[in-house]
Design a protein around this ligand. Structure first.
Ligand code: GRF
Length: 190
């Protein structure tokens, strides 16, 4: 098989998806080398996870840059130094801008906790519960300039009848962990 693609994971929160992807790559179940975690939130728990896994952390505060382009250029420089080839978004709470999109054409993927195109953007789980839907799910998709609008790679539906928020979140996270790893395996074994 080819050399393992070098991957950076972008995350702003707990990083449970990072952990599962990292573990799969260390176990040899995922044909990829996770070389960096990029975060806009240096206090996020994902930073601890990355440090424990011996993965480089790239942390910049967007507020310290005069524009999104400058913020992304700083990230890009680090990614290029590490020869990163793919970007995996896992709870990164910002839209990717032109600077990074142009440098990684068709090489950025995201996971979203709904069946897109339903409930894009923030708090997809809350949106689904507020609408009283009986079925929601998880989507893995390529990233384009829109909000959760890129080409869909994989989806899985989840029935949430009679589940409260916590139970719904748990169900969604469990499906995310499986679906993300499986979809990335398929993407990188081509
Ligand atoms: C996931 O629900 C993902 O779909 C969304 O953000 C959440 C990240 O969770 N984009 P975690 O930080 O990986 O635990």
């Amino acid at each position: 098989m080819n050399n393992k693609p070098k991957v950076a994971i972008f995350a702003s929160g707990s990083g449970s998806n990072f952990q599962v992807i990292m573990d799969a790559s260390k176990a040899g179940d995922l044909h990829a080398e996770i070389v960096a975690v990029v975060t806009d939130k240096p206090q996020a728990y994902v930073v601890e996870r990355a440090t424990a896994a011996d993965v480089s952390v790239i942390a910049f505060n967007p507020k310290e840059f005069s524009s999104k382009a400058d913020y992304e250029a700083a990230i890009l420089k680090e990614l290029q130094q590490l020869e990163v080839e793919w970007i995996v978004l896992a709870g990164y709470m910002r839209l990717i801008g032109e600077t990074i999109l142009d440098a990684f054409p068709h090489k950025i993927v995201n996971i979203h906790p709904s069946l897109l195109p339903s409930f894009p953007g923030k708090d997809a789980i809350g949106q689904a519960l507020a609408h009283g839907v009986k079925v929601t799910g998880v989507t893995v998709h390529y990233v384009d300039a829109g909000m959760d609008t890129g080409k869909i790679l994989a989806q899985q539906a989840i029935e949430i009848v009679d589940l409260d928020r916590e139970q719904t979140e748990q169900r969604i996270h469990a499906v995310e962990h499986e679906l993300y790893t499986k979809t990335l395996q398929q993407l990188w074994s081509r």
